[in-house]
Design a protein around this ligand. Structure first.
Ligand SMILES: [Zn+2]
Length: 76
């Protein structure tokens, strides 16, 4: 298990494209891949976006890893 106190994977909120707020705890998402699990710390701009990521982690994991907003997402 990696240290969850490290900074988030991304700088762009994958939900709304805002800047990641370092004071919002990142959402831990485990991506299961053939080469092994990747632990992402998905940073968001606010607690609302964090709970959105937590409810649909796979939707936002790739976007967070690429440091961009998730495609096909039209807000809440
Ligand atoms: Zn956001």
């Amino acid at each position: 298990m990696q240290n969850v106190a490290q900074g988030p994977t991304n700088h762009i909120c994958p939900v709304c494209a805002g800047n990641v707020d370092e004071f919002v705890p990142p959402v831990i998402v485990v991506k299961q891949e053939e080469t092994g699990d990747t632990i992402l710390r998905v940073g968001t701009c606010c607690p609302r976006c964090a709970s959105e990521v937590a409810s649909k982690p796979m939707l936002y994991a790739d976007a967070a890893e690429a440091n961009r907003v998730a495609e096909g997402v039209t807000g809440f």
